[in-house]
Design a protein around this ligand. Structure first.
Ligand code: FES
Ligand code: FE
Length: 431
């Protein structure tokens, strides 16, 4: 009906630089996203370093399905729906922990963390041993991993994860392969709820350098953040056409290469990243990127004491829609596994100050995002469109070392047209 018409209009509008306000807060749009976007994509579940030991588990979501990601006793990773097969009770009620087995709190069925059903009360007396326990294990979820990231999909026909990422790995490595041993989570994630539509967050983290000098003005003025309004637009924006993944690479002229990283770590990164990746990364102050649909990363230097040189931190964040204009959010600090404890602590502090749950940048962003979500659901706004025309006539660079459609400067709507184009394709494609 009318969501279909909205999306058909959007399909024409996005390449011309127009996006309807209504997608950012609407019940019918939310319901279609749940099926046609989240029901089909490779959805981020966990970082392997969150579950290092046998028995470790976390629970996350794909669409509205709660999923347990566990390290089995054999050391492999297994993802299962968090649902008892007897009557459907939620098996595991905590967000993370360690357990070799899960026991349902209703009638007591017991499953290994790998999903096999191994215990049924009154198996002989009640079922007369006739229940085929092999058939009633937890529902498995198909997973694949890339550089420590565990993704799951509900679509049995989903393309391999490598194709889904479609070359975006070049940029992801900047976050995930910070030296030998890669990147690992530093402590548990911050996890909170927000009256914000997940799409605003993912758009922002696909390279919205435009808002930084305004929404985060204090950071420039007080000297927390090594950029200035005068040069902030400089750098590059890259996206993978047809895939929806995008990254903004902010560049501060005159800033020393890799500023904010310990020098020994930079030397080590030369062993894990390619020369082309090192070239791009060395010129990058801010790398803010998203994997379609709802996983984002950011690296940038941030000063622990205003005016002092910044410490480079990395955050990974996941947006889970729970309704129109509502979401749950997870935010992690990622650190290089090989770095000194001293640097890891400093990076964690910088992350917490800037992008933890109460981080200064986080507060600035959500204040704006919550308001515009509310407005998008109002009766007049839902008939309006927004302009996404910045950089619409700019030709892509032909000599950039990284893949994808790459433009300069950093501040542009180019990545967002790519993002909303892919989103519209998913929303319109029938099952
Ligand atoms: Fe789990 Fe009955 S619902 S044992
Ligand atoms: Fe921001």
């Amino acid at each position: 009906g009318d969501v279909q018409r909205l999306l058909e209009t959007m399909q024409v509008g996005v390449p011309e630089g127009r996006v309807p306000a209504r997608i950012f807060n609407d019940q019918a749009v939310y319901e279609r996203e749940r099926e046609r976007v989240f029901g089909r994509v490779w959805c981020f579940l966990a970082h392997e370093s969150e579950v290092p030991k046998p028995g470790d588990y976390v629970t996350r979501y794909i669409a509205d399905n709660n999923v347990i990601v566990a390290r089995t006793e054999r050391g492999d990773l297994k993802a299962s729906l968090n649902m008892c097969r007897h009557r459907g009770n939620m098996m595991c009620k905590s967000e993370m922990g360690n357990s070799s087995h899960f026991r349902c709190s209703y009638h007591g069925w017991v499953y290994k963390n790998s999903g096999e059903l191994i215990g049924v009360p009154y198996f002989k007396e009640g079922y007369e041993s006739k229940l085929d326990r092999k058939q009633w294990g937890l529902v498995p979820v198909r997973t694949e991993t890339y550089a420590g990231l565990v993704f799951g999909t509900l679509d049995p026909d989903a393309e391999p994860l490598e194709e889904y990422l479609g070359g975006f790995q070049f940029y992801l490595d900047i976050y995930l392969k910070q030296g030998p041993g890669g990147s690992v989570v530093h402590g548990p994630p911050d996890h909170w709820v927000a009256e914000t539509d997940w799409k605003i967050c993912v758009e922002n983290f696909s390279g919205d350098g435009y808002h930084t000098p305004v929404a985060h003005q204090f950071g420039f003025h007080l000297g927390y953040f090594p950029s200035s309004g005068a040069t902030h637009s400089q750098g590059w924006a890259a996206h993978i056409p047809g895939k929806g993944h995008g990254i903004g690479l902010g560049h501060t002229p005159g800033m020393p290469p890799f500023a904010g990283y310990p020098p020994e770590l930079v030397a080590q990164m030369g062993e894990t990243l390619s020369p082309a990746q090192m070239e791009v990364f060395s010129k990058t102050r801010t790398a803010v990127g998203s994997v379609f649909p709802n996983l984002s990363f950011l690296i940038q230097p941030f000063s622990l004491v205003p005016g002092e040189p910044g410490v480079r931190f990395c955050t990974m964040r996941l947006y889970h829609p729970t309704g129109p204009g509502r979401m749950e959010m997870w935010s992690w600090c990622l650190v290089p596994a090989a770095a000194s404890d001293e640097y890891k602590e400093a990076a964690y502090k910088a992350y917490t100050l800037a992008f933890g749950q109460a981080g200064m940048f986080e507060q600035d962003d959500f204040e704006n995002w919550t308001r515009l979500t509310r407005v998008a659901g109002s009766s007049v706004a839902k008939h309006l469109e927004f302009p996404y025309v910045m950089g619409i006539e700019r030709e892509p660079l032909s000599d950039f070392p990284g893949p994808g459609h790459v433009v300069s400067p950093y501040v542009t709507d180019t990545n967002f047209r790519g993002l909303w184009g892919t989103y519209t394709d998913y929303m319109l494609k029938e099952s």
